[in-house]
Design a protein around this ligand. Structure first.
Ligand code: COA
Ligand code: AMP
Length: 628
């Protein structure tokens, strides 16, 4: 039996022993009494009784163990023309001081802190400082609008917000502070303190005494020590798009998270202490949490924080420049980024001549990796290109080619095999497991491994209802697909109303809420349709209230602006079409999947429950790929 098969079997047969051994790589202040606490299914907890501090494991520990002078974080920002390196010692000192600053603002163990920041080192420092205090950070992606930020503020009820005066999006300066002020005005929860990093590109107006600058807060602060927390205490909340307009607050614990992420670095990514790891994502997404911040630092790697785009900052050679300059071993990004590079530099002219001798592999996730993009990247780089599948809820890969453990043959289009700890099954409409080759719902048998969500923030009921209720004993991933005869998993896409736009997970329900609130709109549907660059883009179909006479192009522009203002530019809604009616089932459910299928040019089986088949047929010319 190969190393992968043996590890996988051990992890499923005896998870306690498997993860108990992995836990030895974490520094515990109090060792756990139990590895897996399965006393209250469907809730499972890992490493109960244990105490640790995640920041201690990510920073202080490495300084004590001799990595003080090694680079911990390299900030590379083509958009501001800045490069800055923090050694482990420097990052520990900066974090301890900022933790002291937060404490002076009243932040304590268990308090929540919202971090609304661009890709600057201070974002990482703020996250680690919260971990140091035992406070719970909730990072909100900068591309979300004020309303989305307000929803998260009301759910997390933070003691403080850490933000910056602006972000830099290519050549555009995005003022963050007005968005924050607007969100604080919209939120019912009142935030006592905001710490604002003033960036030289744009200074923000402050509302004293609520707001203090980062520099003022730090100047007065005493460094704070690491506060011991329970393994099961929350480290962070990360809101992610669900089917409804209300985002889900995915909770991550401290102990299971540290153990799983540390294990994943060597076994999934083949990366160890001292290696340079670069996740070209954003700290606002789970990839940023896990693989820009926590996993590389828990492992004693050098992590690269890149403030730029794959193209346009300044060109499609940016990734290769960064990989060469910082001697990156593994680069992790979304397929969209590679498609953007391919579009601008199809022959890899900007790659030629780059010294990528340190470069070992390219890892891609966040959306389906289409075989064309896979083949192109592999040909250009002449290195393994590794697809892997996971989601915000799990926090680390569910299915991957575990190059650190045992590289497997690649099947382009499949992210390969289940990662140890994940019992992956495909279930049919009646909930029974399906045989190899059959398409169904991809589910994970409980218990989920360490590092995955124990619940949703202060909402056990919604956690059970959203993921567990439909198929007792399983966690439903929301993705559909199959497992083939060789055990490879094929992930074919979401089965719910979540869409993936340029690797960004968005809810069509949120966009529908915004559009439906417009006075001219009777009803609407937003669907994700296939896009060559971004994988999927949203498309809105609206039915006008009777008697409303609206100029379609004007109304469309207005709705696009509304979604941009209320959800955020990242929603990337560009196309709105007025239609006479929407296809529905007899019980009134809008047939989004059928519309999506037509828009993608697939053969669509019209459900027998359809109320009026002519409505759907009437939409074919509007939706179809051959539409004018
Ligand atoms: N703050 C403010 N605005 C932001 C933002 C942020 N952090 N991130 C994105 N936006 C804005 C963009 O400026 C853009 O605005 P525009 O409509 O005015 O141009 C809009 O949101 C859409 O952004 P994006 O989806 O990034 O599209 P793009 O056209 O700017 O770039 C790609 C296309 C492919 C280059 C880009 O999507 C990309 O780099 N994708 C990789 C995705 C990724 O890393 N995902 C993380 C999961 S691994
Ligand atoms: P997020 O929670 O933002 O990480 O998005 C998770 C969703 O992205 C998954 O449920 C999938 O729909 C999709 N996804 C992520 N990685 C892959 C992949 N490698 N292949 C196919 N879909 C993916």
């Amino acid at each position: 039996m190969g190393a992968y098969a043996a590890a996988y079997e051990r992890s499923i047969a005896d998870p306690t022993r498997f993860w108990g051994l992995a836990a030895r790589d974490v520094r515990w202040l109090v060792p756990p009494d139990r590895v897996l606490d399965d006393g209250a299914p469907p809730f499972y907890r890992w490493f109960t009784g244990g105490e640790l501090n995640t920041c201690d494991n990510a920073l202080d520990r490495h300084v004590e163990e001799g990595r003080g002078d090694q680079a911990a974080l390299v900030y590379d920002s083509p958009v501001t023309g800045t490069e800055r390196t923090y050694t482990y010692r420097e990052l520990t000192e900066a974090t301890a001081r900022f933790a002291g600053a937060l404490r002076a603002q009243g932040v304590d163990r268990g308090d929540r802190v919202i971090v609304y920041m661009p890709m600057v080192p201070e974002a990482v420092i703020a996250m680690l400082a919260c971990a140091r205090l035992g406070a719970v950070h909730s990072v909100v992606f900068g591309g979300f609008a004020a309303r989305e930020l307000a929803v998260r503020i009301d759910d997390a009820r933070p003691k403080a917000v850490v933000s910056a005066s602006c972000g830099v999006e290519g050549a555009r300066i995005v003022p963050y502070k007005p968005l924050l002020d607007e969100a604080l005005g919209l939120a019912r929860h009142k935030v006592e303190r905001c710490v604002i990093l003033q960036r030289e590109q744009l200074h923000a107006d402050l509302q004293r005494p609520r707001d203090v600058t980062w520099d003022e807060a730090v100047a007065r602060a005493e460094p704070a020590e690491c506060v011991p927390v329970a393994a099961t205490d929350p480290l962070y909340i990360l809101y992610t798009s669900g089917t409804t307009g209300r985002p889900k607050g995915v909770v991550r614990d401290n102990g299971g998270h540290a153990v799983a992420l540390r294990w994943s670095m060597e076994n999934v990514f083949g990366v160890g202490p001292g290696d340079v790891f670069w996740a070209a994502s954003d700290v606002g997404w789970v990839v940023g949490h896990s693989y820009i911040v926590y996993a590389p630092l828990l492992t004693g790697c050098t992590t690269v924080l890149y403030e730029g785009k794959p193209v346009g900052t300044p060109d499609a050679g940016a990734f290769w420049r960064v990989a060469e300059r910082h001697r990156v071993k593994v680069l992790f990004t979304a397929p969209t980024a590679i498609r953007a590079i391919k579009k601008e530099d199809p022959d890899g002219a900007l790659l030629a001549g780059r010294d990528l001798t340190a470069f070992d592999a390219l890892y891609l996730a966040g959306e389906r990796l289409d075989p064309d993009t896979y083949h192109w990247a592999e040909r250009m780089l002449d290195r393994p290109v590794v697809d892997h599948w996971w989601q915000t809820e799990t926090g680390w890969p569910i299915v991957a080619n575990l190059r650190g453990l045992e590289p497997m043959p690649v099947k382009p289009g499949s992210p390969s095999v289940p990662v140890p700890g994940y019992d992956v099954r495909v279930l049919g409409p009646d909930g029974a497991p399906l045989p190899p080759g059959a398409d169904g719902d991809i589910a994970l048998r409980l218990p989920l491994p360490p590092g995955t969500l124990p619940t949703l923030w202060q909402d056990d009921e919604r956690f059970v209802e959203a993921y567990l209720d439909a198929r007792p004993g399983y966690y439903l991933t929301g993705d559909g697909g199959r497992i083939d005869d060789d055990g490879y998993v094929w992930v074919m896409g979401r089965t719910d109303d979540v869409i993936n736009v340029a690797g960004h997970r968005l809810s069509t329900g949120t966009m529908e809420e915004v559009i439906a609130a417009h006075p001219a709109v009777a009803e609407c549907a937003v669907i994700g349709v296939r896009d060559d660059l971004k994988g999927q883009v949203p498309r809105a179909l609206v039915v006008l209230k009777s008697g409303v006479l609206a100029e379609e192009s004007e109304l469309a522009a207005e709705l696009v602006r509304l979604v941009r203002d209320q959800v955020g530019p990242v929603a990337a809604l560009k196309e709105v079409t007025v239609v006479p009616a929407l296809p529905k089932t007899r019980s009134g459910k809008i047939l989004r999947a059928a519309m999506r299928g037509i828009a993608d040019g697939r053969d669509v089986t019209v459900p027998s429950t359809i109320e009026d088949p002519e409505v759907l047929d009437g939409l074919r010319p509007v939706l179809g790929p051959g539409r004018p």
